[in-house]
Write a protein of this length. Structure first.
Length: 64
């Protein structure tokens, strides 16, 4: 991942289904970074922030 520059998010596939259902990001700009996984849940404030970033033209790194 190209932290802490764009893209700051990476899409993650569910191991069981193979569907993309999470996005990963980091908090902080210096080591040690904290990686967080954000589920695609409309009630999740981190997911809402991610959706705003996408709406502003952000493009997450593709899932592996």
């Amino acid at each position: 991942m190209a932290y802490p520059t764009d893209p700051i998010y990476k899409l993650i596939k569910n191991d069981m289904t193979g569907e993309v259902d999470h996005v990963k990001t980091q908090t902080g700009t210096t080591e040690p970074y904290t990686l967080i996984t954000i589920p695609f849940d409309e009630d999740n404030t981190d997911y809402q922030e991610y959706l705003e970033w996408v709406a502003e033209g952000g493009v997450a790194e593709a899932a592996d």
